[in-house]
Unconditional design. Structure first.
Length: 579
């Protein structure tokens, strides 16, 4: 059964069952969801939206966003969601690439991103709720191979790449994942992921397909492990996708962590560095999959994984997925030999929006089949499960989001005072990207040669997680024989220049308190004030990493901040006696 048909069937079978709820107190039953999406689809069609159209959605996580996505599908069009928290300049860049036939927003201030041509979601839904529309007009002549949605990923050339997913691919994934996660009408599924990132596809559609309730969390719910645990428990959540950074904190909190009714935790987006401790009462799935193959392509139940001498594997394919590990020439490698992961099956994207060259490079035909080249180097374990090793290029996962180093470097290159710049991803102890650092050579006699002004420039054009945490000025770069920046040599220089841990003084502790206050835009904090108890987000933790480097010339990781969230605890980390 297809997604739209399944939602309509639940509206007939359990009309009063709760489908959606959000932090504003909005609640939508399955009957209400069916009625509202039908009417909203009519409102869209009267605005010229139908088969072949693309609708941009710059909306926060809310029932309105889900209703609009369903309405766009019902109208026969495709939706392109974008996170409204991004800088306006970046939204303009995304809109230029997406070229939507209609843009729907909830903030008049965002209308300028599309030249003032946007439609307010409140007006559109008010029309839909008025009862004045003939809902018989709602259906569009969509075909299985027509686009369902477009999600943007970081692009190596400096521009985001829009991965276009077909309706057939979306329907295949939704039904397969609903079976994998054993989605059921009694589930209360958490929706925590940002709009515009593919995890939201997993958080919403398989559960609506199964007749469950999708509960949309406030942003503050995911600001710390403690807050998230409390929200999951108090909201009666039964299953949630939790990024590795927060999930590993749950592991460390055990056995004290109480998640209430949770039966299943899912994770992914970056490497999971540990296993659930003995007695951890919640099943954990470690998932892997690029946006271009519709979220999860493989999974591993790490709760029952026996060989804990290896890093948690990414596991085996979902039933509809085909995997192949190949060398640089595209030849299948022997089992256990590292190689690039090729992914096949019905959930492959149509390609990249208006980018035939990139599409041809990443989607290839081999042995009569179409494959997506993931760029991930893996190897098969003796059990047959796959282990992720590293990337074959300069793409990294940072805070669970894909980052192309080339896109960050392109943004640096657009600043007039930069003559040359290079960006490195600094790894944590598990080999995952923890934060970015920038090395810059200034242009001669050009105003603006200042790291503070450079950071401000980047914050205006890039999402916060893509802005380097530290900036280093250099007179020249080590280069390869081909004249390119030698990043391996640069990484060695970075490690050599890293300040070793030193004893924390009262002055350092005072400085950390001020850094906490600046990040939280407050005053009167003490050395024992917990960053996350004051509502900090992961981006504010990243800001602390950057400020500590800038003011104290010391290197900390974002995971250090998560594990030691008070000024005193972080200071003790430098003393070497943190608990």
């Amino acid at each position: 059964m297809r997604l739209l048909e399944a939602v309509a069937e639940w509206a007939r079978r359990t009309p009063d069952a709760l489908a959606l709820e959000d932090p504003r107190g909005e609640k939508v039953t399955y009957a209400g969801l069916a009625t509202l999406t039908h009417a909203a689809a009519v409102a869209l069609r009267r605005r010229g939206i139908g088969h072949g159209s693309r609708v941009g959605l710059i909306l926060p996580r809310s029932t309105d966003l889900v209703v609009m996505q369903l309405a766009v599908l019902r109208a026969g069009a495709a939706f392109a969601p974008m996170d409204p928290a991004q800088p306006t300049e970046r939204l303009r860049m995304l809109l230029k690439t997406a070229a939507p036939d209609l843009l729907v927003i909830d903030d008049a201030g965002l209308a300028e991103a599309d030249g003032g041509r946007a439609t307010d979601v409140a007006d559109l839904l008010a029309t839909a709720r008025s009862g004045s529309l003939d809902t018989a007009e709602s259906g569009g002549p969509a075909r299985p191979d027509d686009p369902a949605y477009c999600l943007f990923t970081s692009g190596s050339t400096g521009s985001p790449a829009g991965a276009v997913i077909s309706r057939r691919a979306m329907d295949h994934y939704v039904s397969a994942y609903a079976e994998l996660a054993q989605c059921r009408p009694s589930d209360r599924a958490a929706q925590l992921g940002s709009p515009g990132f593919d995890v939201s596809v997993e958080e919403i559609w398989p559960f609506l397909y199964a007749g469950a309730t999708v509960t949309i969390a406030a942003d503050t719910a995911r600001s710390s492990p403690q807050r998230l645990a409390a929200w999951l428990r108090d909201s009666g959540i039964t299953t949630a996708f939790v990024p590795p950074l927060l999930l590993e904190a749950f592991f460390r909190m055990a056995p004290a962590v109480d998640l209430g009714a949770v039966r299943l935790l899912r994770t992914g987006g970056e490497r999971l560095a540990g296993y659930p401790p003995e007695g951890f009462p919640y099943r954990v799935l470690n998932e892997y999959g690029p946006t271009e193959t519709v979220v999860a392509a493989t999974y591993c139940d790490v709760s029952s994984w026996q060989d804990r001498d290896v890093m948690p594997p990414i596991g085996r394919p979902l039933p509809h997925i085909r995997l192949s590990v190949r060398d640089q020439d595209g030849t299948v490698v022997a089992p256990g030999t590292p190689g690039e992961l090729y992914i096949g099956g019905p959930t492959l994207a149509i390609g990249y929006l208006d980018d035939e060259e990139r599409t041809a490079r990443r989607f290839v035909r081999l042995d009569g089949e179409r494959w997506f080249r993931s760029g991930d180097i893996v190897r098969a374990l003796p059990s047959g499960a796959l282990a992720f090793l590293h990337r074959a290029d300069e793409q990294v996962q940072l805070l669970g989001k894909r980052v192309e180093i080339g896109e960050v470097e392109a943004a640096l290159g657009s600043y007039p005072a930069v003559r040359r710049a290079a960006v490195l991803a600094v790894p944590d102890s598990a080999g995952r990207a923890d934060h970015l650092v920038c090395y810059v050579r200034w242009a001669d006699d050009v105003a603006g040669a200042d790291p503070v002004r450079l950071r401000a420039h980047l914050e205006g054009v890039l999402p916060g997680y893509m802005v380097p945490a530290a900036f280093h000025e250099v007179d020249d770069f080590p280069v390869t024989g081909a004249g390119k920046v030698d990043k391996e040599a640069l990484a060695r220089l970075h490690m050599a220049a890293t300040h070793p841990p030193a004893e924390a003084t009262d002055a350092v502790l005072d400085s950390l308190v001020r850094i906490w206050e600046d990040a939280l835009t407050t005053t009167g904090l003490t050395p024992d004030d917990d960053l996350f108890e004051h509502g900090a987000t992961s981006l504010q933790a990243l800001e602390i990493v950057a400020t500590v480097h800038e003011r104290l010339e010391r290197t900390v990781s974002i995971r250090n901040v998560f594990d030691h969230p008070t000024p005193r605890a972080l200071a003790r980390l430098w003393e070497g006696d943190a608990a």
